[in-house]
Each structure stands twice: as structure tokens, then as C-alpha cells.
Design a protein around this ligand. Structure first.
Ligand SMILES: Nc1nc2c(ncn2[C@@H]2O[C@H](COP(=O)(O)OP(=O)(O)OP(=O)(O)O)[C@@H](O)[C@H]2O)c(=O)[nH]1
Ligand SMILES: [Mg+2]
Length: 443
């Protein structure tokens, strides 16, 4: 990245309205109740899986869960998401348990959040806010910071009224004394902030576009280089696999969203052709749409890949669900037509019978253990076959053409070589350009 641009970005990141909502979430360990709306047709297992995940997200954001509550409804209540009785009950229990926050397992509309805050005196946040606060914490590079900031601003813009809630409360008494002027001030402040946020959004979008353009130029320069991208649900072991294949030393953590941007390294395959491997941000179910949209610079890596290594934690009995969720996000970003290898990671944690069951279910997948570096050669071989369409070819070359055998030693990869009575028997892989050399000897 040229230096001039770097300075511009720095300026943008400093140009920052500090908003207490995020800072507060990060600073201290907080306690929360979780609330989930059970949709029609949802199974108990789906509900529990989703709540487990929310609890894990909350924990990553530094929030300890004290209780979980569910309500079955055909549709959310328009003004408060949940029904009155349910919220009253929760407010009461939160008071007793001294819980700080109520986390709702979906994205609330700005009005719903405000109404719950106001009517029940509960501090409420939604799933999106939790994910955004994790991304905020984990963003280390300029690219990740810009993208997270954009997602935050887009999320905040329609919610300013909620952020200014403290202002309204402080002025509440004045208002009841007929102080309509104070309300006017709040409105004015919101309008000022709104304008400020809009101009920040424009500036950040411009910076992200520059990053995208820069990457696009780089991509064109390396157009002949094949690209492999590791994708998968968060915590599937993508970075562990990336490190095992490249010695890159990317941060690996038993944490959700440890990686937020993509790292690329050249990889040597048997064919000797240059291949670039990238590690990237993990996916999660119901990934906030602002995040998907604002991570376009990072997700370019995925969109431009020739092959995806779709990595799954095969020790998790919810793996089918994770695979579907990742494929959904891939479809959202237009990467669902890219060939994939399903990589069943953490095979070291599988029981034998379960492994057989999974193998039957996903016959084309490859079991590996990124952590123990097991079966990585098979994975690379398959990746190479898929990228270069290198199938194994069987040949019988007569003894009057041993010059060709010598030549193939230079050009092709020899898997089997057997000097038989009538001919030299070979099993090889060879590039498409060199295939004409052997066409007369193919079995
Ligand atoms: N048992 C076992 N654990 C693994 C294996 N691969 C990764 N892990 C563990 O899984 C956890 C997550 O690994 P990461 O490589 O950070 O996962 P990731 O997919 O990059 O996660 P995010 O970047 O957060 O999306 C770490 O605790 C790893 O040590 C494996 O093959 N076997
Ligand atoms: Mg990672």
C-alpha cells in the first residue's frame, strides 16, 4: 500500500466519534440474560444450538450469561419484539439476578430496542451488536478496522435516538416542567450526529474502495497464479490449517472471530506451479448484513479464488448445520459456484464409528487434523488435482521409446514406474499442455 494512502487511512480512523455504547461493552465484565424467539417450525435442537452460540458470542464479548429465556410466537411483536407479559417477567428476573443486559438473539429494529429500553427499564442489545463488538475488539489491521467501523456506523445511523437515550433521561425532569426546548436540543444533536456519521460513512467507503482497487490491481498482476482460499465457520480451524500448510504463524485461538482479515502466502504444490493460499474471516449463522457488505475488501479473496477449502469442525455434531450456513454466506457473496473441497478438520477428536458415519455422508470430503498435521498431503494432492485437473494417467511405453520415459521424469509427476516384459508401465500426472506427448501410449 503506498504511504500516502496509509496516512489518509490513519486520519480516518482517528476521525472518530467515541460512542460509549461500544466502549462500555468492552470495558467491564457484564452479566446478561439471553432471550430467543422460537419461530414456527423451529426444532428444540435448533433453538438450543442458536442459544449456545449466542452464549459463546457473549462470552467472547466479555459478557457472562445468567439465564436463557424463550418465547414461541408466530411473529415478533411489532413495537417490542417480545410480548408484554414475557418482557415484564424478564425485567423482574433481571432485577432479582442483578443482570446488566438483555441480549436478544436476532436483530432488533431501532424502534423495538428503544421501546424495550423505555417501557421496561431494561438495557437491551441484539445479536448484531454482540458480533459487532467482537469484531471491534479483534480488528487489528487497517483493512479490518475500516470495515468494522463502516459496519458499526451503518448499524448506528438509524439508532442514534437510542444512543442519546441518556440525554433524554437527564433532561426528563426539565421536559416534564414544560421544557420542550430540551427535546429540541436532543433532536438537534441527533441531526448533527447523523450528518457526521453520514460523512464518515462516505469517507470510509472511499478508503475501502481504494483498498479494493489496490487489491484488484494486485490480482490482475498475478492473474496466472491460482488461488486457494480457506473458508469455514468461525473456530473451524482455518488459521491452524493455514499455518500448517505455510508456516505463516497466523493467530490461532479457541475464540470466535480470531481472524478478521485475510493473509496470503505462496504455496508449493508438486507441479511447481505457483499457488497462493489465503486464510480469511470466519462465517457464522445470521451474519449481520452490514458486516457482509462492509467486508467486501476481505471477502474479495474468497470471490476470486479458484478453489475453496471449506473447513469444518467434524467433531461438532452440528457440522451439517455449519456447512449449510457457510454455503449460504458463500451464495450471498456470489462465491457458491467456486469448486470446493470439504475439509473435515479436527479428525483427531472423532470416534471411529462416528468417523465412518461422517465418511459415508460426505464421500468426497477429506479428513484431516490441522493441529496434528495429519493427512495434509492428501488434501494438497486433491487441491492440485482440482485446480490443474490433473488426473492420473496410465501408460504403456514400448522399450524403443525410453527417451520419452526420461522426458516424462522431467515434465510429469511419476506415481508408479514398472519395467515390465513388453513395455514400461507408468502412472503419471501431467499438465494439459504436455499431454500431446503421451497421447499414443494411453491405456
Ligand atoms: N483437536 C483439534 N483442534 C484443532 C484442530 N485445528 C484447530 N483446532 C483448534 O480449534 C481452535 C480454533 O482454531 P483456529 O485455527 O483459530 O480457527 P479459525 O477457523 O481460524 O477461527 P476464526 O479465525 O476465529 O474464525 C483452536 O483452539 C485450535 O487449536 C484440529 O485439527 N484438532
Ligand atoms: Mg482464524
Amino acid at each position: 500500500m503506498p504511504n500516502r494512502n496509509e496516512e489518509e487511512y490513519d486520519e480516518l480512523i482517528d476521525f472518530d466519534i467515541e460512542d460509549e455504547a461500544w466502549e462500555e461493552l468492552e470495558s467491564t465484565e457484564q452479566t446478561a440474560f439471553l432471550a430467543h424467539l422460537i419461530r414456527q417450525g423451529e426444532t428444540e435442537m435448533e433453538t438450543e444450538t442458536s442459544l449456545d452460540e449466542l452464549e459463546r458470542l457473549a462470552e467472547t464479548a466479555g459478557i457472562q450469561t445468567l439465564g436463557r429465556y424463550k418465547q414461541k410466537r408466530a411473529n415478533p411483536e411489532r413495537s417490542t419484539f417480545f410480548g408484554k407479559g414475557f418482557l415484564e417477567d424478564i425485567a423482574q428476573r433481571m432485577l432479582q439476578a442483578k443482570a446488566d443486559i438483555l441480549i436478544i438473539n436476532e436483530e432488533l429494529s431501532p424502534i423495538q430496542a428503544r421501546n424495550i429500553d423505555k417501557s421496561y427499564g431494561i438495557r437491551v442489545i441484539d445479536r448484531t451488536e454482540v458480533i459487532l463488538s467482537i469484531f471491534h475488539d479483534h480488528a487489528k489491521t487497517r483493512e479490518a478496522k475500516l470495515q468494522v467501523k463502516l459496519a458499526e456506523l451503518e448499524y448506528q445511523l438509524p439508532r442514534l435516538r437510542k444512543l442519546w437515550g441518556h440525554f433524554d433521561k437527564e433532561r426528563g425532569s426539565a421536559r416534564s416542567r414544560g421544557g420542550s426546548a430540551s427535546r429540541g436540543m436532543g433532536e438537534k444533536q441527533i441531526e448533527i450526529d447523523r450528518r457526521l456519521i453520514r460523512s464518515q460513512i462516505r469517507a470510509i467507503k472511499r478508503s475501502i474502495d481504494q483498498v479494493v482497487q489496490h487489491k484488484e490491481t494486485q490480482r490482475k498482476q498475478r492473474d496466472n497464479v491460482r488461488k486457494i482460499c480457506i473458508v469455514g465457520y468461525t473456530n473451524a480451524g482455518k488459521s491452524t490449517l493455514f499455518n500448517a500448510l505455510t508456516d505463516a504463524g497466523v493467530l490461532v485461538q479457541d475464540k470466535l472471530f480470531a481472524t478478521l482479515d485475510s493473509t496470503s502466502r505462496q504455496l508449493k504444490l508438486d507441479t511447481g506451479a505457483p499457488v497462493v493460499l489465503s486464510d480469511t474471516v470466519g462465517f457464522i449463522s445470521r451474519l449481520p448484513h452490514h458486516l457482509v457488505a462492509s467486508f467486501k475488501a476481505t471477502l474479495m479473496e474468497v470471490q476470486n479464488a479458484d478453489l475453496l477449502l471449506h473447513t469444518v469442525d467434524s467433531g461438532d455434531d452440528r457440522m451439517d448445520y455449519y456447512i449449510d450456513q457457510v454455503n449460504d454466506v458463500l451464495a450471498q457473496i456470489g462465491a457458491d459456484k467456486i469448486p470446493q473441497i470439504l475439509v473435515l478438520n479436527k479428525a483427531d477428536t472423532l470416534e471411529k464409528t462416528f468417523r465412518l458415519f461422517v465418511a459415508k455422508r460426505y464421500p468426497d470430503a477429506i479428513f484431516i487434523s490441522a493441529k496434528l498435521q495429519e493427512n495434509l498431503d492428501d488434501l494438497l494432492q486433491k487441491a492440485q488435482d482440482m485446480i490443474f485437473h490433473t488426473e492420473i494417467i496410465t501408460l504403456h511405453i514400448p522399450y524403443d521409446n525410453t527417451a520419452l520415459v526420461a522426458k516424462l521424469h522431467e515434465l510429469a509427476k511419476i506415481h508408479v514406474e514398472d519395467y515390465r516384459d513388453d513395455a514400461v508401465y507408468l502412472e503419471i500426472t501431467i499438465s494439459a499442455e504436455d499431454r500431446h506427448l503421451i497421447k499414443d501410449y494411453i491405456e
